[in-house]
Design a protein around this ligand. Sequence first.
Ligand SMILES: O=C(O)c1ccccc1N[C@@H]1O[C@H](COP(=O)(O)O)[C@@H](O)[C@H]1O
Length: 216
Amino acid sequence: MRVKICGITRDEDGEAIARMGASALGFICVPSSPRYVGVGQIRQMVDRLHSWRVGAIGVFANVGTEPIGNVVREAGLTGVQLHGDETPEFCDRLRAELADGIEIIKAFRIKSEADLERTRLYRDRVDTFLLDAYHPGQLGGTGRQLDWTLLDGFDPGVPWLLAGGLNPDNVLTAIARVRPTGIDLSSGVERSPGIKDLAKVARLFEQLGARGQQRP
Ligand SMILES: O=C(O)c1ccccc1N[C@@H]1O[C@H](COP(=O)(O)O)[C@@H](O)[C@H]1O
């Protein structure tokens, strides 16, 4: 089970969570978010993570391919998460901008079957899907669950992460019900926006037990 913990803003949180066994850490590059971190700060955190086998994913929404490429290179990211309204063609252009091996995760905010259907258009263009809850006026980090019943039989043909309102108390039910390739948590393991609650993160990994983490 791949485990991504998103919204890291402090060196000490990143290091502790990498040590606990996270596959990837997420850094919010969306300026309107309370979890926003600048490129210099991300670089500093990424440098401190070099001894851990952990991915470093930048989360972007509705910005150009060139600024994303610049942040990826300057911060030393291993991947990007597109959390806005990026088109399939945008994903192709971004692929051309990024070095080989940089992971592209496309996030979808799901409120209906039609949203799930739309994910098909991205299948051959990105590496990984992420399904999050839709909440009007907010891009992410909402702490809200999407309607898991919509995901019955969802099999996109690419690895995919379940996100949206996951926490140590509901994560095992979510995995058993939805069977994603991986999970992504942010506000469910926080004390306040951007400040992780390491006791909650530890409880999450206890819950996950011997499942083992995969791919940075
Ligand atoms: O966390 C944010 O502030 C954020 C801002 C803009 C885009 C995405 C953001 N977070 C992503 O939201 C999901 C779910 O978060 P939660 O677990 O429900 O709090 C997660 O993928 C974050 O990467």
